[in-house]
Design a binder for this molecule. Structure first.
Ligand code: NDP
Length: 478
């Protein structure tokens, strides 16, 4: 059966006006960096330069922390929750108003399909601000005592896979609780954070409540080790997370870490196979697999292995890879040359270790960073592609016979962020969920996010929860 041919349906870029260069957002103003260093951010789909961004040095981080401290002590922490809530609601509404523009910027800078930035990322960003706006004047009912206090200044470092959404996960609860923030976006995806800085100005947020310092790992290090901050929130690799945990250990800083994952997506023989295949595709090919909670290990019950694999291959043959701004695109670009090299390397390791590699026929664009949807079968638990986070559109397939074996294999990982269960039986879902060592367990769905629901991991996936009532704890002195 041939693929339907779709005419191109590109989203217009006219709604976006990118600047040639961007300053740092400190104390409510865009300001140049002290030592004048800058770097370029590119579109990973075309390698086109999108703009020049300031690289914040230690002195800039110092200025940002001082601005956040001043705003904390003189304005934000003193403001009643009802007033803080108004700002958060205003930000949420401005995100909605500028949603189309933000979605296009996100897809340009990150490489993710517009369908995803438009329908998932940006609506969830607004939802997070709406949700935490609702908490700002109700903190005494959150279960953390009659008058929970904020921590102070939060230093927040976020990755490139969901740039604006990770910003929302960090900034919305911090502000709701009365903290001020200095946030560093990832080097490859700073543009929506800078657009968010404009939104803070539009919302008349008091200067210094939100500060955005752009830069690479060194800027992140300067921020998380800065003695003037009270709280560190980090999402990214386990390796950097461990370094940050070591740096924070001898200090009084409160720390939350959201790190990698190697989630099992478990399909039982009584699962509705077509829906399960959609869930498998959504689990690992959503956002090019650049998802910490991606269902990167598929565990299929042996009795339905051939059926599931055949249906999965058929479905992958219909995925469209290409221009992230095309509304028909399912799989966009890999975020960076470095990430592409990592995905290629681990895929080669998979082959060398004896697993069988398969991809649907798929033309890759010549320019930019691309990797086809890939499935490895014949994977054993000891293989590196079953143990390490690939963070790309690569699925490792394993099999099991009994629920107990499924639990054992699912938990046989250094990570513990998420898991999925596909079965017709509610009792099996509950039995499995109570045994899986994963922060989030999805049943007959995958990669569903909601601001009311806590998210976070066990083991090397980090500690602390973001989202929901639980997400408040990370920003309160409790
Ligand atoms: P990193 O952990 O290096 O990056 C995450 C953020 O931390 C970025 O803003 C980064 O800046 C910053 N950073 C880097 N080094 C330091 C440091 N020493 N102190 C403070 N901040 C720092 O992830 P990578 O982008 O290098 O990705 C590598 C791997 O990490 C991926 O292949 C994937 O496996 C995993 N990953 C997991 C994520 C998750 O959500 N769990 C998200 C992203 C990656 P900069 O971008 O400038 O380097």
């Amino acid at each position: 059966m041939g693929k339907f041919e779709y005419a191109p349906a590109p989203e217009s870029r006219d709604v976006v006006s990118l600047r040639e260069s961007y300053g740092l957002f400190i104390g409510g103003e865009f300001t140049p960096g002290i030592d004048g260093r800058a770097f370029k951010t590119i579109s990973p789909a075309t390698e086109e330069v999108l703009g020049e961004v300031t690289e914040a040095g230690p002195a800039d981080v110092d200025r940002a922390v001082a601005a956040a401290r001043k705003a904390y002590e003189h304005t934000w922490a003193l403001m009643p929750g009802t007033e803080r809530a108004k700002y958060l609601f205003r930000i949420a509404r401005l995100v909605q108003e500028r949603a189309r523009e933000l979605a296009v910027i996100e897809s340009l800078d990150n490489g993710k399909p517009i369908r995803e930035s438009r329908d998932v990322d940006i609506p969830l960003v607004a939802a997070h601000f709406f949700y935490y706006a609702g908490w700002a004047d109700k903190l005494e009912y959150a279960g953390y005592g009659p008058a929970p206090r904020p921590l102070g200044v939060a230093g927040q470092v976020i990755p490139w896979n969901f740039p604006l959404l990770m910003l929302a996960w960090k900034i919305a609860p911090a502000l709701a609780c009365g903290n001020t923030v200095v946030l560093k976006p990832a080097e490859t995806t700073p543009l929506t954070a800078l657009a968010f800085a404009e939104i803070c100005q539009q919302a008349d947020l008091p200067p210094g409540v939100v500060n955005i310092v752009t830069g690479a790992g060194e800027t992140g290090r300067a921020l998380v080790t800065h003695p003037g901050i009270d709280k560190v929130a980090f999402t990214g690799s386990t390796e950097v997370g461990k370094e940050i945990a070591r740096a924070c250990a001898p200090t009084r800083k409160k720390l939350t870490l959201e790190l990698g994952g190697k989630a099992a997506n478990i399909v039982f023989e009584d699962a509705p196979i077509d829906q399960a295949v959609e869930g498998i595709v959504n689990g690992i090919f959503f956002n090019q697999g650049h998802v910490c909670c991606a269902g990167s290990r598929l565990l299929v019950q042996e009795s339905v292995y051939s059926e599931v694999l055949a249906a999965l291959r058929r479905r992958l043959g219909t995925l469209r890879l290409g221009d992230p701004l095309d509304k028909n695109t399912d799989v966009g670009a890999i975020n960076s040359a470095a990430q592409l090299a990592k995905i290629r390397e681990l895929s080669q390791v998979g082959e060398a270790e004896g697993a069988e590699r398969w991809s649907p026929p798929c033309d890759l664009p010549v320019k930019g960073f691309w990797f086809p949807p890939t499935v490895f079968t014949g994977v054993s638990q000891a293989h590196r592609i079953a143990r390490e986070e690939i963070f790309g559109p690569v699925l490792s397939v394993l099999t099991f016979r009994t629920p107990a074996e499924a639990v054992e294999k699912a938990n046989n990982t250094p990570y513990g962020l998420s898991a999925g269960i596909w079965t017709d039986k509610g009792s099996l879902i509950l039995w499995m969920a109570s045994r899986l060592r994963a922060g989030v367990v999805w049943a007959n769905t995958f990669n569903k996010f909601d601001p009311t629901s806590p998210f976070g991991g066990y083991k090397e996936s980090g500690y602390g929860r973001e989202g929901g009532r639980h997400g408040l704890e990370a920003y309160l002195d409790v």
